[in-house]
Design a protein around this ligand. Structure first.
Ligand code: MLT
Length: 403
């Protein structure tokens, strides 16, 4: 009999957002008239902008013409997109990222899950807690996380770095040295972030202790404060220890289009092994490149008009964030995030657990959010609302909560 990968069997329940979707669909099945407002998964609601749509139409036409048709895309990404990213994303930050250090993919979620293939089997990972579930789950699947304790909701071989209101959502350095540290900043789920000097300390720690940082910058476009870094490479010597993951989903509304990229600097070396070359090898073996039409769409995001449109999208969602933040504060909640990120993190009232509050909001207010405990043990007693809904629904949701 063949054997299955038993690591999968260790995973508790289903993926967080699948569990929520199932609960909501069961509820709406038996409450057909309920006007449910979805502020759970961070999925965008605004359409793709005009300039990007035009670029896609043009690329579609090219695919229908024998002279301009393209087959397999280069597995690491078309040079027109890699060069545009290097010039339009990193040059303005005065950061050196060469086009051939940028690996274009079908999205940040895939890269976040796949990047662990570069780590040694017995490497120990550290995650901020709460955290985007993909980092831990993908390492569990690879057999790196040990056993799961249902009571503490922790994996035996994972180092948790609690981020709560008590420490201002700034993780402390762990007592035990990790091999790989995942940082998502601005943070999903708490919507908080680190200032540049705080992030520099993590880069210094990683360089001093021989750690690799996986820096997920999917929400950088939402940064509004000037002392918050948009890229980890703004920190000194980050090119020696950090991989950066970026997304087109949250800034340009590509959640249904799929495009992202990962920067692996050539400077990251370990015993002569180059992570850059290893990631290129992985792409070459397992990926045939993001579609031409979508990469042209990505390029259009960085055109002058594309950038104007993207800024409007972000202002739209950040107006929602303000409505949620201010509305919850008026209603007496303790609220965090929502200033440099499209997520608002709140303390559940009356010592309710995160899932109790989920049920209360769903059943009493017909609002879907995300229970904080779904992101890790330190998320218990917290709850996440997303600013990615429509403005009208966001206003309506806050009216319901305030009542
Ligand atoms: C979230 O809601 O946390 C995100 O939408 C999930 C993702 O980006 O995959």
């Amino acid at each position: 009999m063949y054997k299955v990968n038993e690591n999968y069997l260790k995973l508790p329940g289903s993926y967080l957002f699948s569990t929520i979707a199932k609960k909501v669909s069961e509820y709406s099945e038996s409450n057909k008239d309920a006007d449910i407002i979805r502020l759970g998964i961070g999925d965008v609601t605004r359409p793709i902008t005009k300039t990007v749509i035009e670029a896609m139409h043009k690329a579609v036409d090219e695919m229908g013409n024998a002279d301009t048709f393209r087959g397999y895309a280069p597995d690491l990404g078309y040079s027109f997109l890699r060069e545009t990213i290097s010039k339009k994303v990193y040059e303005p930050l005065s950061v050196k990222v060469d086009p051939d250090e940028i690996f274009v993919s079908d999205g940040a979620k895939s890269d976040s899950g796949n990047i662990q293939e570069l780590f040694g089997a017995d490497n120990k990972i550290a995650v901020t807690d709460p955290v985007y579930p993909v980092y831990v789950d993908s390492n569990v699947m690879a057999g790196r996380c040990g056993t799961y304790d249902k009571d503490t909701e922790k994996w035996s071989n994972v180092i948790y770095l609690p981020c709560t209101a008590e420490n201002g959502f700034v993780p402390a350095f762990p007592e035990e040295r990790p091999d790989v540290i995942y940082l998502c900043l601005p943070n999903n789920p708490t919507g908080t972030t680190l200032k540049k000097e705080e992030l520099q300390k993590w880069v210094d720690y990683a360089n001093e202790n021989g750690c690799l940082i996986i820096f997920d910058a999917a929400y950088e476009a939402y940064i509004s404060e000037s002392d918050v870094p948009h890229s980890i490479y703004e920190c000194d010597n980050a090119r020696n220890c950090a991989i950066e993951i970026r997304s087109f989903s949250k800034n340009a509304g590509f959640t249904g289009v799929r495009l992202g990229y990962t920067v692996v600097p050539k400077d990251i070396k370990n015993d002569g092994a180059s992570l850059h070359d290893m990631w290129a090898r992985r792409h070459g073996t397992k990926f045939n490149g993001a579609p031409y039409i979508i990469q042209r769409a990505g390029e259009a995001v960085y055109s002058e008009d594309g950038q104007k449109e993207v800024k409007e999208l972000i202002s739209y969602y950040m107006r929602n964030a303000k409505v949620i933040r201010e509305g919850l504060k008026d209603a007496g909640y303790d609220v965090y995030g929502g200033v440099n990120a499209p997520y608002i993190w709140l303390k559940t009232p009356d010592n309710m657990t995160s899932w109790e509050f989920f049920d209360y909001l769903l059943k009493e207010k017909n609002i879907v959010g995300t229970p904080g405990s779904g992101f890790g043990p330190s998320g218990e007693g917290y709850f996440r609302l997303t600013a990615f809904g429509t403005y009208e629904n966001t206003l309506k949701a806050l009216e319901r909560i305030k009542k």
